[in-house]
Design a protein around this ligand. Structure first.
Ligand code: PRT
Ligand code: ZN
Length: 286
C-alpha cells in the first residue's frame, strides 16, 4: 500500500483557514467540507485530520498524526516530544502577563506573591521559576481577561495580538513571555518514506513562502546606466537584460524582496529607470 503522511490541522478557529490555504498553495487538493474529520488529498500522498488545536501535540507525539500545524504556544504548553520542522508566519501572537492598567509596574519582582489566572500554566510556571518569582497560578480554561475585574486574580497570562481585548478589560501588558506563530510539528520517528513525503511538502511550502516575500520587477533602463541599475537589483542570480527596439534602452528583469522594495524603486528612478512593472510571484524555487 502507498505510504501516506498524516497531517493534523485545526478543525475550526484561527489557524484553520491559513492551514488549509498553505496546503492548497503547495498544490495539494483535498475536500475540506464542513464537519469533516478526515480528508485524503487527491494528488499528493497526504491525509488531513481536522482536530482541536489542543489535541494536536499529543496526536503527533503518539504518531496518530505524523505532523501537525499548531501554534507554538500550544506546543510549548503541552510539552510533548515532537520536533518543530518549519515556521509558517501566520497565527502570530504573544503570550503575555497583563495587570490592571492603573497599577504601577516596575519589573517582574512586582508579581511576587500575586495570583495570576491563565490557561498556560506550564509555560507560566517555567517563566516564573526562571525569574525566581513566587506567584500563585490559577488555571482557568477561558475568559481569562475578566479574572482581575471579578476579583479572581491580580494578573493574567494570556495570548495577545492587537491588544484590544486587554484594553477593553482595563488591563495592560507587563511582560511578554513568548512570541508565537503557527509551526509544523513532526513526530520524532518518521520512517524513510514518511520523511521523504515531509521533505517534499516542506520544499513546496518554502517555495510558496519565498514567493510571498518577493516580487518580480521589470523596467526599462537607459544603457549608459545599466551597470548602476544592475548593482541596485540583488536578484536571484543576476538580472536578465534584453535589448529594447528603442535604441539605447534595455529591459531589465529581476526579483526584489518586499522589505527592500520601496528603497530599491527610489534608487532605480534616480538612475533613470522607466516603465517599472512589479508583479507577484506564485512560486519561487532557488
Ligand atoms: O477549538 P480549538 O481548541 O481548536 O481552538 P481555540 O479556541 O483553542 O484556539 P483559537 O482558534 O482561538 O486559536 C488558535 C491559535 O491561534 C492559538 O493557539 C494561537 O497560536 C493563535 N492566535 C493568534 C491566537 C490569537 N492570535 C489571539 N489573539 N489565539 C487566541 N487569541 C485570543 C486571545 O486568547 C485573547 O482572548 O484573542 C484575544 C486577544 O486578541 P487581541 O487581538 O484582542 O489582542
Ligand atoms: Zn484550543
Amino acid at each position: 500500500m502507498e505510504t501516506k503522511l498524516k497531517i493534523a490541522i485545526q478543525k475550526s478557529g484561527r489557524l484553520n483557514e491559513d492551514s488549509i490555504r498553505i496546503l492548497k498553495e503547495a498544490g495539494i487538493e483535498f475536500n475540506n467540507g464542513l464537519n469533516k474529520l478526515k480528508a485524503e488529498a487527491y494528488n499528493f500522498p497526504l491525509e488531513v485530520f481536522f482536530l482541536r488545536d489542543d489535541d494536536i501535540p499529543q496526536y503527533v507525539e503518539d504518531g496518530i498524526a505524523d505532523i501537525g500545524i499548531v501554534g507554538e504556544n500550544v506546543l510549548l504548553e503541552k510539552n510533548k516530544e515532537v520536533k518543530i520542522v518549519d515556521r509558517l508566519g501566520f497565527g502570530k501572537c504573544r503570550l503575555s502577563i497583563a495587570i490592571p492598567k492603573n497599577q504601577k509596574y516596575k519589573g517582574i519582582q512586582d508579581l511576587e506573591g500575586k495570583k495570576i489566572a491563565t490557561s498556560y500554566s506550564t509555560i507560566l510556571a517555567k517563566y516564573l521559576k526562571k525569574n525566581k518569582v513566587n506567584a500563585e497560578i490559577h488555571e482557568i480554561s477561558g475568559s481569562v481577561e475578566i479574572a482581575p475585574s471579578i476579583g479572581l486574580a491580580d494578573a493574567i497570562c494570556d495570548l495577545v495580538s492587537s491588544g484590544s481585548t486587554l484594553f477593553t478589560n482595563g488591563l495592560k501588558e507587563a511582560e511578554v513571555i513568548l512570541k508565537s506563530e503557527a509551526v509544523i510539528a513532526s513526530n520524532k520517528k518518521l520512517n524513510k518514506k514518511q520523511q521523504e513525503i515531509l521533505d517534499k511538502l516542506l520544499f513546496r511550502i518554502n517555495a510558496v513562502k519565498k514567493s510571498k516575500n518577493n516580487k518580480y520587477i521589470l523596467l526599462n533602463a537607459p544603457n549608459e546606466n545599466l551597470d548602476a541599475i544592475c548593482k541596485i537589483l540583488p536578484g536571484m542570480k543576476s538580472p536578465t537584460i534584453l535589448p529594447l527596439a528603442d535604441k539605447g534602452w534595455s529591459s531589465v528583469h529581476s526579483v526584489v524582496n518586499e522589505n527592500e522594495f520601496w528603497d530599491i524603486i527610489e534608487k532605480l528612478k534616480e538612475k533613470g529607470a522607466q516603465g517599472i512593472l512589479v508583479v507577484p510571484i506564485e512560486k519561487m524555487i532557488l
